[in-house]
Design a protein around this ligand. Structure first.
Ligand SMILES: [Ca+2]
Ligand SMILES: [Ca+2]
Length: 249
């Protein structure tokens, strides 16, 4: 049975587990504290009820993981959709291609657990977004629930839902949705996931010539100069090790 214009509370069946690890990435969204785990049931995430949380990105950010605290069986989808403002809803029904920036399918844990699903590091430009979880699209046919017992909303938590084919603001749900990211590897000019001599050579070859060739303009100020060189040297090494590194030349 479905409720009309109301969030559906649903106990769920079936199982598959993902684990949580201790990541050091930036937290783009953490909507609620983690409450009691190992549960089944909560706010339903099914084909006729999607649940989501809004978040804001200040700087270009590569998404590294999506997750939260939920349980379920079969596959669900997680979609990051661009919003037109801090209180906007997706404009599609349910989505239009232009607003969807990431689609990830996953099998939620059973019983409930705090989990993360790694993504393909889509880079988000500054702006407003929402992570939306649901089923029935992108090849998913599972069902889940967002557990909320013992959880409380964190500052700025802003939920949305899609019930009965309509997007709407959702009230305080105490759902824990998480999106992680990291600064994009801007100095990796040739895209080989490492900042090294090939990138340095490209930068030097374009010294001062930007435009038309602006690949070496790492800080985007319209000129390839010492500022860009310092950024490149400061991020020397593999892109997945953003910590301070020794300059290699
Ligand atoms: Ca490179
Ligand atoms: Ca520059």
């Amino acid at each position: 049975m479905r409720t009309r214009a109301a969030i559906l509370l649903l106990p769920c069946l079936a199982a598959t587990a993902l684990s949580t690890d201790g990541r050091a990435d930036d937290v783009l969204l953490e909507s609620a504290t983690l409450g009691e785990t190992g549960l089944m049931g909560g706010w339903a995430i099914v084909s006729f009820q999607f649940l989501g949380g809004r978040f804001f990105v200040e700087e270009p950010t590569a998404v590294t993981a999506i997750g939260g605290h939920m349980d379920g069986g079969g596959l669900l989808f997680g979609v990051i959709v661009r919003l037109e403002g801090p209180e906007a809803l997706p404009v599609g029904s349910p989505f239009i291609d232009e607003e969807v920036v990431l689609v990830k399918t996953f099998a939620p844990p059973r019983p409930s657990a705090d989990f993360l699903v790694e993504t393909d590091e889509v880079t988000l430009e500054p702006g407003h977004y929402a992570i939306v979880y649901g089923a029935g699209l992108y090849g998913t046919d599972g069902s889940g629930s967002a557990t909320h017992r013992g959880q409380r909303d964190l500052v700025g938590a802003s939920y949305i839902s899609r019930v009965d084919n309509r997007w709407r603001d959702a009230a305080t749900l105490s759902i824990r949705f998480v999106v992680l990211g990291k600064p994009p590897c801007l100095a990796d000019i040739d895209g080989d996931e490492e900042v090294g001599f090939p990138d340095l050579l490209i930068l030097l070859a374009q010294w001062g010539t930007c435009p038309p060739l602006c690949f070496g303009d790492i800080d985007g100020d319209g000129v390839v100069d010492f500022d860009d060189l310092l950024l490149l040297l400061g991020s020397w090494g593999p892109c997945d090790e953003p910590a301070a590194r020794e300059v290699g030349i």
